[in-house]
Design a protein around this ligand. Structure first.
Ligand code: 3NM
Length: 209
């Protein structure tokens, strides 16, 4: 898959009164270079409409579009990939369904990361690095040690996630992450484009250091 640096995920609770597409477009304009539609609430019609709108948006900007959990929806809108948690469909089964689309897997321990890699995941999420209010069923924070371990032992791309803010991202990068993901810090910002620019700036500065 094409590499990325800043992974933006939808979180509509964080921007009441502002449109989903408007906020996500701001994130893209600020430098987010992969986008995931994650929605644990909406009904089928609602989800389909939003997924189609985001598919159109990401095509316009030429960035990958990933759907969380719902393989059927991902196929219906021709998303570039699917993101699965540990409790979701087994990776091998998902691979049969999506062919060569991108498959990302959330991991919270090195055994899960190694297994996802072995089974052919295209990338993994590594987290939650810090406590997060965004994912209600998140496991306890795994901390920077997990990022250090994954960066040493895993060869496929990994993205750090969970409680990542502009105030702590430097240490996440220092621990070995070259890709980060944030929900609340991006879509909950008054200025999503500015938040993304600031994340990119940190990633670039650390990359050059
Ligand atoms: N997955 P925020 S943590 C969706 O650890 C998600 O797998 C996680 O939101 C994992 O940036 C998380 O607002 C929530 O903390 C991230």
């Amino acid at each position: 898959m094409r590499d990325f640096r800043l992974y933006a995920i939808t979180g509509e609770n964080f921007h009441p009164g502002r449109g989903l597409v408007e906020v996500m477009e701001q994130a893209i304009l600020g430098g987010a270079d992969i986008l995931q539609y994650r929605d644990k609430t909406g009904g089928r019609e609602d989800r389909l409409r939003k997924a189609k709108e985001l598919r159109e948006l990401t095509r316009k900007y030429g960035i990958p579009f990933i759907v969380n959990d719902d393989i059927e929806l991902a196929l219906e809108v021709d998303a570039d990939g699917i993101h699965l948690g540990q409790g979701d469909l087994p990776l091998e089964e998902a691979r049969r369904m999506v062919g060569n689309k991108i498959i990302g897997i959330s991991t919270h321990a090195i055994e899960e990361a190694l297994l996802a890699q072995e089974q052919g995941a295209d990338y993994i999420g590594a987290g939650p690095v810090y406590a997060t209010q965004t994912k209600t069923d998140a496991v306890a924070p795994v901390g920077l040690d997990y990022i250090r371990e994954v960066s040493k032992r895993i060869d496929i791309p990994f993205v750090a996630i969970g409680g990542i803010k502009l105030g702590n991202v430097d240490e996440v990068i220092e621990a070995g992450a070259s890709r980060v993901c944030a929900i609340s810090e991006i879509v909950g910002s008054e200025d999503p484009a500015g938040a993304c620019r600031a994340f990119i700036d940190r990633l670039e500065r650390k990359g050059r250091a």
